[in-house]
Design a protein around this ligand. Structure first.
Ligand code: PDD
Length: 278
């Protein structure tokens, strides 16, 4: 069952209005929430970010945090998600339906849509690590907003895939920003480096968790820009995100990073993260 604009519907009953601004412009915001053993992980953080994203695109959400929480919980219940299930919850809000003009029409009603999919944790990849390709970050300058307009992310991911890699690592003129749908960290001399949370990256919930877990365990974290060369010379590289958790990256542009295998700091962070989610 999906939740669409106040109704519970099956996938085959879903219709999208041809002039929904989400459909025409990618004009809306979204969240992807992890469900571990039937429980939403960091729901409050996702909710706060959804409200922030909406505010940044000048979209007034007509629901309270409590109403959105009730919808999320009902999505789990209606889809029979129990403590035996790992899953993801997708929630999006478009600005709504109006005759197609670029500026923001007054008085239109946002349209909400949510669904749940059962999904296992990516444990095999987390043990093996992924290959990555460096790609110029061609996205816009408000990557801090979790907007539905993801064409830049779609294209950079495909460039990486076409080059034979599993993940894309983005850089703006040689400064590493993030991955197409995850944040990126490097380890040098047992200290972590990741791009600061400004307009050039999405401030990931998992990113914040990993920074907090690292600091609580005596690992120094630098939230500062670093170069592609620094990344290539790193002891370890990894991505973080709701879908990838703490994902080692063992090669970049076809060359091994960190000796081409999972390093001790990533392994430690994976273990700390696992303890944190259950
Ligand atoms: N993406 N950076 C970008 C560009 C992202 O799209 C995401 C998440 C992240 C990681 O954020 P978080 O830890 O809060 O998931 C970083 C989601 C999963 C997606 O679009 O599917």
């Amino acid at each position: 069952m999906l939740y669409v604009d106040g109704k519970w519907v099956g996938t085959d009953e879903l219709t999208v209005h041809p002039e929904d601004r989400g459909y025409n412009f990618g004009d809306g915001v979204y969240e992807v929430v992890r469900i571990y053993k039937g429980n939403m992980y960091q729901w409050e953080g996702h909710l706060t970010r959804l409200f922030r994203s909406a505010r940044e695109i000048m979209l007034d959400l007509p629901w309270t945090a409590e109403e959105l929480s009730a919808i999320a919980h009902e999505l789990l219940a209606k889809n029979n998600i129990t403590s035996a299930d790992d899953a993801t919850l997708y929630l999006q809000v478009t600005r709504g339906v109006s005759p197609r003009v670029h500026d923001i029409p007054k008085g239109i009603r946002p349209v909400i849509m949510g669904f749940v999919r059962r999904k296992e944790r990516p444990l095999a990849d987390m043990k093996k690590g992924l290959s990555a390709q460096l790609v110029e970050d061609i996205r816009w300058l408000r990557c801090d907003i979790k907007t539905l307009n993801l064409l830049g992310a779609v294209m950079v991911k495909q460039y990486a895939k076409d080059a034979g890699a599993q993940e894309s690592i983005l850089h703006r003129s040689g400064i590493v920003t993030e991955c197409s749908a995850a944040n990126v960290f490097v380890v040098k001399d047992n200290e972590l480096y990741t791009h600061p949370a400004n307009h050039l990256i999405l401030n990931g919930i998992t990113r914040l968790d990993v920074i907090a877990l690292a600091k609580a365990n005596g690992i120094i974290v630098h939230e500062e820009p670093f170069t592609v060369d620094f990344l290539k010379q790193a002891d370890e590289v990894f991505a973080t995100g709701t879908t990838v958790e703490v994902m080692p990256i063992i090669s970049v542009d076809g060359q091994a990073v960190g000796g081409g295998k999972i390093g001790p700091v990533v392994e430690k962070l994976q273990q700390l993260f696992e303890e944190h989610i259950y």
